[in-house]
Design a protein around this ligand. Structure first.
Ligand SMILES: Nc1ncnc2c1ncn2[C@@H]1O[C@H](COP(=O)(O)OP(=O)(O)OP(=O)(O)O)[C@@H](O)[C@H]1O
Ligand SMILES: [Mg+2]
Length: 225
């Protein structure tokens, strides 16, 4: 079966002001639809930066990134927003839930952005939260949840709209080993159910080993492992 390229990076570099060396240095990567890819690297190697570039959350210094064959540099902010909202789900390294909104509201948000009717969005959010064991935390706000619970809410939010691709930045970084595997299992199960592509960045070799493709980010470049 020939798979379509979902995200491609061609000679991508990123330099931050004040740093001598580029953090990402002429990096090339192709992610096909359905691939489950892990990118590992030490702290500061540029994993979050790379993921932000691939999601169009940050601009490249040079090189080209395409999402579904569209050069994201040629899109304006609105077009990029639509592309991201339609096809990508992002799990941030630090959960980024909206603190004034409860679990259901946070999870329903991507559906509401896609103009899903209010009632339907809330029902789907509630169902998903129940499914991942948070049925008793539906109206809790992030400040009233444990770290693992918050991370589960963030995962539910990234998956609720069944995106083609999930970009997960250390989704279990702040959790103990057992909880990390539990939360990661949830992410994998839900992604498989939706046939979503996964791009995971992590410094945890054990988690990375559970995905099919592995790369190491080192000195701004990716090496296949
Ligand atoms: N906005 C910025 N301005 C200047 N330097 C930055 C900026 N963002 C990141 N950096 C630097 O780029 C490098 C890579 O950061 P990044 O967050 O991508 O690393 P990481 O691999 O995700 O690390 P960690 O495992 O700790 O999350 C770091 O040295 C960081 O200090
Ligand atoms: Mg990071």
């Amino acid at each position: 079966m020939i798979k379509n390229t979902l995200i491609s990076c061609k000679d991508v570099s990123k330099t931050f002001a004040g740093l001598d060396e580029p953090i990402i240095n002429k990096l090339n990567l192709n992610i096909n639809e359905g691939d489950h890819t892990a990118i590992i690297g030490v702290s500061g190697s540029g994993k979050s930066t790379l993921l932000h570039l691939m999601a169009g959350l940050e601009k490249t210094s040079s090189g080209q990134i395409k999402i579904l064959n569209q050069n994201i540099a040629s899109l304006d902010q609105d077009e990029l927003g639509v592309l991201r909202n339609t096809h990508l789900g992002f799990v941030y390294q630090f959960h980024h839930l909206l603190s004034d909104f409860n679990a259901i509201e946070n999870v329903a948000l991507p559906l509401l952005i896609r103009r899903c009717p209010y009632k339907k969005a809330f029902k789907e959010a509630e169902d998903l939260l129940r499914k991942i064991g948070l049925g008793k935390r539906l109206t809790h706000k992030p400040g009233q949840l444990s770290g693992g619970e918050r991370q589960r809410v963030a995962i539910a939010r990234s998956l609720i709209a069944k995106p083609k691709c999930i970009l997960a930045d250390e989704p279990t970084g702040n959790l103990d080993g057992k909880t990390a595997h539990f939360v990661f299992d949830l992410l994998l199960d839900l992604a498989k159910e939706n046939r979503s592509t996964i791009i995971l960045v992590t410094h945890d070799n054990q988690l990375a080993a559970r995905l099919k493709f592995h790369y190491k980010l080192d000195q701004g470049k990716l090496k296949k492992r």
